[in-house]
Design a protein around this ligand. Structure first.
Ligand SMILES: [Zn+2]
Ligand SMILES: [Zn+2]
Length: 156
């Protein structure tokens, strides 16, 4: 099942890095605590690469924008942290979706939508993702989403 979502805005700036959390965070997917110094995925998005304020737009001659403008009109922005276990689930989903022929852009649920989009909507999908996750990362069996998915379908 590919993940087709309508987003309110497109991010021109998108960074996604697995880094140590400088201060405690909560996982945007499962709510788990990410303690200081733990490796987790930090996602930062900004709608516009360049400042859209009137003065910067005036200076836009042949592609010049001021990046550190005090007006800083970069449109919408978004930031979140995702714990290492949820990143593993996302990886397993990505690999599975690729095998099933989903285009690259729709192999992942939206940020914050891991449970809702991959597990809560269809129990057979949930079961499939959970199985794929434990096959790749057996330690995920106790993750809340995965254990839910493993128990949605009972084989007899
Ligand atoms: Zn998580
Ligand atoms: Zn500006």
């Amino acid at each position: 099942m590919c993940f087709y979502n309508d987003y309110d805005w497109q991010a021109e700036v998108h960074s996604e890095n697995d880094v140590e959390a400088a201060k405690p965070q909560g996982c945007y997917e499962c709510g788990a605590a990410i303690s200081q110094g733990t490796i987790a995925r930090h996602i930062i998005q900004r709608q516009y690469q360049d400042c859209r304020c009137a003065s910067c737009m005036d200076q836009f001659i042949g592609g010049f924008f001021v990046d550190n403008c005090p007006n800083a009109e970069f449109g919408e922005s978004f930031e979140c942290w995702i714990c290492a276990d949820c990143c593993k689930i996302l990886k397993a989903i990505e690999v599975l979706e690729e095998k099933e022929g989903c285009p690259a852009a729709v192999r992942q649920p939206s940020y914050g939508g891991l449970y809702e989009e991959a597990f809560a909507q269809d129990e057979f999908e949930a079961n499939k993702y959970a199985k794929a996750a434990v096959e790749m990362f057996p330690e995920l069996a106790s993750h809340r989403f995965v254990s839910y998915g493993l128990n949605t379908v009972t084989e007899d």
